[in-house]
Design a protein around this ligand. Structure first.
Ligand SMILES: NC(=O)c1ccc[n+]([C@@H]2O[C@H](COP(=O)([O-])OP(=O)(O)OC[C@H]3O[C@@H](n4cnc5c(N)ncnc54)[C@H](O)[C@@H]3O)[C@@H](O)[C@H]2O)c1
Ligand SMILES: O=C(O)C1=N[C@H](C(=O)O)CCC1
Length: 252
């Protein structure tokens, strides 16, 4: 059995994963970490990973950006592979993630779903054809009213995958309200909508002269992220230090 620690166990995703793992013969949650108490779990819960004395093979993290620095430090100290799913990390934190990846196995992905990871691949091909033909690229994402970070990690990851295919020529524009000028060719506009219980929607719009191509992904439940994270944890347990992503798990 792969032994996992659930970091952020009492949050929405932590509870989804606790439910999924109950039905799994390959992986079990041996401990949880959360600042918030008040939920009954079938495993011991600690308020920080540093305090946790339960042996494990891997950590799954769905918590809060403010928790990630300490999480990385402790994973390096304890040589614990970590599946990092929390979004909203700063540039400094992303650099710290890379540093941690030199010492321990780290799989970071802003979106654990099969569909979004395939979409990232498809967008590279689309951009290579459509950008040179003059198509403008815009991204619109929609999420529930409890989401703290904006834009979504997924929207940034989708833009990054286009940029990767296009020699990093794009800058991201998050707010045009203070500008009185036409959009630049080298920008990707990224817009965030927040409301109700929307699990997650992403539209990537390629707008050209007289034709528009749109890629649309809808998440209908959080289980798609949970299933991806559980598979990622099974994959990462026992792996040597390095940076991994969902394409390694899915085989894209
Ligand atoms: N990568 C993906 O596929 C994916 C999917 C869904 C959500 N997310 C991201 O995962 C994160 C969590 O999402 P959620 O909907 O479960 O949020 P949530 O607010 O429901 O849960 C977060 C949990 O983390 C706990 N927490 C906060 N600070 C902590 C700390 N210092 N130590 C331990 N626990 C701490 C909170 O008490 C809470 O229980 C967000 O950043 C979200 O954007 C990523
Ligand atoms: O519910 C959330 O929060 C989500 N966060 C991720 C993001 O920021 O992209 C993935 C989708 C759901």
């Amino acid at each position: 059995m792969v032994k996992a620690i659930m970091h952020g166990c009492n949050g929405k995703m932590g509870q989804v994963i606790s439910g999924l793992v109950k039905e799994d013969d390959v992986i079990e949650i041996v401990a949880g970490i959360d600042k918030f108490t008040g939920i009954e779990n079938p495993y011991p819960v600690f308020t920080s990973l540093a305090e946790c004395d339960v042996q494990a093979d891997v950590v799954i993290d769905f918590s809060n950006a403010a928790a990630v620095d300490e999480l990385l430090d402790v994973c390096v100290e304890k040589t614990l592979p970590v599946v990092l799913c929390t979004t909203g990390l700063s540039e400094e934190q992303l650099a710290k993630v890379k540093e941690a990846g030199e010492k321990v196995a780290v799989l970071r992905s802003a979106n654990m779903s099969l569909g979004v990871n395939l979409l990232m691949k498809l967008l590279k091909d689309a951009a290579k054809v459509l950008a040179p033909a003059g198509f403008d690229i815009e991204i619109v994402e929609k999420h529930h009213n409890q989401k703290i970070d904006a834009p979504s990690g997924t929207a940034i990851a989708l833009a990054d995958s286009i940029n990767e295919a296009m020699a990093d020529q794009y800058v991201y524009n998050y707010d045009r309200s203070h500008e009185r000028k036409k959009r630049e060719k080298n920008e990707i506009g990224i817009v965030a909508v927040r409301g109700g219980t929307i699990v997650g929607q992403h539209d990537v719009i390629f707008a050209g002269a007289d034709e528009v191509i749109e890629f649309h992904h809808t998440a209908y439940s959080k289980a798609i992220f949970g299933k991806g994270a559980v598979e990622a944890a099974k994959f990462l347990a026992g792996k040597p230090a390095g940076m991994y992503d969902m394409s390694d798990v899915i085989g894209l």
